[in-house]
Design a protein around this ligand. Sequence first.
Ligand code: B3K
Ligand code: ZN
Length: 846
Amino acid sequence: RFLADYRPWPFRLIETRLDITLAPRGSCVRSELALERTGPGPLVLDGGAGLHTLSVCIDGAAVPPEALAIGGEALTIGDRALPEGRFTLSCTVEIDPEANTALEGLYLSGGIFCTQCEAEGFRHITWYPDRPDVMAPFRVTLRSDMPVLLSNGNPVASGPGWAEWHDPWPKPAYLFALVAGDLRAVSGRFATSSGREVALNVWVRPGDEDRAGFALESLVKAMRWDETAYGREYDLDVFNIVAVDDFNMGAMENKGLNIFNSRLVLASPETATDSDYERIEAVIAHEYFHNWTGNRITCRDWFQLCLKEGLTVFRDQQFTSDMRSAAVKRIEDVVTLRARQFREDAGPLAHPPRPDRYEEINNFYTATVYEKGAEVIGMLRRLVGDDGYRRALDLYFDRHDGQACTIEDWLKVFEDATGRDLTQFKRWYTDAGTPRLTMAEDWDQGAGRLTLRFRQDTAPTPGQPDKPPRVIPIAVGLLSPNGDEVVPTRVLEMTDAEQSFAFDGLGGRPVVSLLRGFSAPVTVDRRISRSERALLVAHDTDPFARWEAADSLAMDSLVAMAAGAGSDPALSYAYGGVLAERAMDPAFLALMLRLPAEDEIAAEMARRGAVPDPDAIHRAREALMTELATDHARVLDQIMAEMDCPLPYAPDAAQSGARSARLAALALLSRIDGGERAQAVWDRAGNMTERMGALTQLIRAGRAEGALAWMEQRFAGNRLVMDKFFTVQPMAAAPDRALPVARALAARPDFDIRNPNRFRALIGGFGANHAALHAADGSGYDFVADWLIRIDPVNPQIAARMCSLLETWPRYDEGRRAHARRALERIAALPGLSGNTAEMVTRILA
Ligand code: B3K
Ligand code: ZN
């Protein structure tokens, strides 16, 4: 499918009525679409193979068989059978929710009926113009003996065994949802700034009520924040959130009825970690923010996905920065971006934030569309300034409310609101690849002038051999050699392939603090001495740039060590300085103590033109951690003692920051104490954060048996905690132990591959063990391929998403590449392979 092929639908959909009788094996869906012709041609509706069509009528009369064609995925009514002007099309179909293991459309999760329609799931419920630019108000009647019956919009009426819902806001089918089940609500209220009273409910299974409070609090914070930060109010009388255990993604923003993976709703100190809490707060907000950026203003077609996702990620990042530490959040986001999006951009799956072709849209819910989509908005905001951004967003909501839009519409509001020409900027949306920014410095002592010479290049990506220059906002500050800031942050706008910028009136040669706040999603090559880096680590006023200086110092060391060199004493010295600094925010300290992950090191080596050796990388990283622990044991112990939170547990920024510093220190010290301290932390642990931090180290040290047995016994009935049990073991195991550990876990009866969380927990946990996944004998690739082959017929979306575990194969040596290729070809050759997985494997192999 191609962006260039877009055509408007030649009908107008005035209203959608649904009457659905729920039953596990045969649910009956009766639809009535009020339609009007706006152009010539037949009426074509989308549908899936699972629809058993019972009747198709126009204005109450059956469509004659000669005018009706029902193919595999389309229902067509010939031109001549269609009345002029308005008419009503009614269809009745039967579907089988219980057979639906793909979890797309209507399905059952632990006895709860629920739906997932984005992107194209509605067509598995009934025949419909299943495209985001066809929007209509919905009136829905649900019939079932389940006690709770929910759909979008406001409740209209209900009685025993039925309920009627009305959603007045026109929406595309992908935002439709229904839920029916035995559920309990944890409820609250919210008064909007203009005085609308909204009933809030978080629906969970009986017994889970005591773990839903944090989700509800997060919702209230998000609703208030969107009013203050963006002037956006909620627009219905109720807002419902439902937690289900079987869900392909994290959550879904259905209008007024968000459906969530239970792992992003349920939390208690005993069962969830600090990062789980932070993630819940962020995703509850993300889905809520979609009400304006996604629902009120939606996408014209799926090529425009980043219009809603990039913007909504950007908004949830702003929200978390306001709720917690902005500096820490920025660094965390950059770590994720590099680990996931730069990796995607550097490999065979590279694509622009707005792709112009796809086979299966579900394969494009990617780090590029989401996270890079958000970075692009961050750059836009930097270029037009905070006021310009605010004016542009006001205009966007004003001009496009109720519409299905494109990236062109989005850029036009910025042009109209700020007068800026964004023609070149648009390349960030249309071109794939991460630009590499090279900087050289010319210092003229006599003139007191520093000239920064920049060059940008972007390597070819699939289908895009040539990359014209982009506009890159480069935030720069200058420090004097004693660490004072002599020039505060200035944003340089680079528009050419090569460009210079001069700073005058300098007393002495400064040190350049480059790409402050990570002002553009690029990689940087610059010649910089260790002492300059160390100066930035010690004194940079920009927290991101400061962290980056430490991170790149560590990266240089690790790359050299992986290639056989000894470690760099400058690094341990710089760490000493960081550790000695008393006033540092503990969460920031934890990030400063973090060493690049093995996969990041491999990526960096590949970027520098070397072939990474996963075993050498693993050994180098372990050796460096051991060395840092040895050099700084005393102060690391002090940190552990100081950061021990005595208070009752709270998942807030202050406490979670302290715990992350403490656990970062523990991770280092566990390299030299055989797991002693980890055992002590485990024995006294008062919450899941400490437990997981300690357990990870106990597994590394090979003394986790007792802890694992306890966990299994204590939490056998808690799926979310048991997911952690499945993840942490293969992830933290020594590389040569990970595969047997993963195999043993896969053989357990509770390894249920119909539950996406459980599958991701184990296979993803194994995949996170870099040296095990990339074992020289190909055993890691084979293990992953075996399980992808097994899950594909059950749940193609999960199979396809997990294929990205294998996306980095071109980086490695000939032997590993051959093993990876064989594993991928084995998947490709599978009879009946899903289209989802076929597309992924083909692209990865290309
Ligand atoms: N929009 C959904 C994702 C739907 C995924 C479809 N395969 C969640 C989100 O981004 O908010
Ligand atoms: Zn989203």
